[in-house]
Ligand binder design. Structure first.
Ligand code: SAH
Ligand code: MG
Length: 199
């Protein structure tokens, strides 16, 4: 797939400042999935500075994105970026903790896609809270399931906090892969992405 619009400068700047925006491969994959399903709406958990939201809306026709960001500074920067590129009509961004966010505020539910890209230790909570707002035939995409490959060798992780975090990601992975109601496809793309669908 050829991308029509990219935000290379924004991506580069974000990476320089350690803002974990999606890797190019990963965002391409996400956009491809949205295309394939002719998605009209996506709910994103974790906006950071709006990079992925802009990439999605710029490259998927008639897509509406709603996105939630906890960090005020990043939220402000995202608003600035979204405004600068004139995507205010296609992107709604909320400054809030997605875990306590009031879902009655959501405008485009149910969504064709739920994209989870926020605090990794909370993936199951995000999933359980927002999956009721996904269309019956919609998809849930989760990023960063490999944690830089560490997930495959947890016992050798030295840093205690990192180890705890990776264990939590592993727990989510095991939980979702063994869930009776969902089927999961795993892709070794970017930092590990999976697509979850209702059975
Ligand atoms: N999707 C973005 C990257 C998101 S990085 C992109 O690819 O461009 C993850 C973001 O999730 C961070 O900015 C972090 O502040 C945010 N986050 C973490 N926990 C959150 C929560 N509970 N609710 C909302 N946002 C959260
Ligand atoms: Mg990510």
């Amino acid at each position: 797939m050829v991308l029509m619009i990219t935000y290379d400068k924004m991506e580069e700047e974000a990476l320089k400042r350690n803002i974990p925006v999606m890797q190019k491969e990963g965002i391409l994959f996400l956009i491809e999935q949205l295309h394939k399903r002719q998605a009209k709406s996506c709910l994103e958990i974790g906006s950071a500075i709006g990079y992925s939201a802009l990439m999605m809306t710029s490259n998927v026709e008639n897509l509406h994105v709603e996105t939630i960001e906890l960090n005020e500074e990043r939220y402000q920067e995202a608003v600035k970026n979204i405004t600068q590129y004139h995507y205010q009509d296609q992107i709604d961004i909320y400054l809030d903790d997605a875990l306590t966010f009031d879902c009655t505020r959501l405008k485009h539910k149910p969504y064709d896609c739920l994209f989870i890209d926020a605090a990794k230790a909370q993936y199951q909570k995000f999933f359980e809270k927002y999956v009721p707002y996904v269309n019956k035939n919609g998809i849930i995409i989760v990023d960063n399931l490999d944690f830089h490959g560490m997930i495959f060798d947890i016992e050798h992780i030295k840093n205690r906090n990192t180890k705890q975090l990776v264990k939590k990601i592993k727990r989510f992975k095991d939980w979702i892969f063994n869930h009776d109601d969902y089927e999961v496809e795993y892709y070794h793309i970017g930092d590990g992405i999976c697509i979850i669908k209702r059975k």
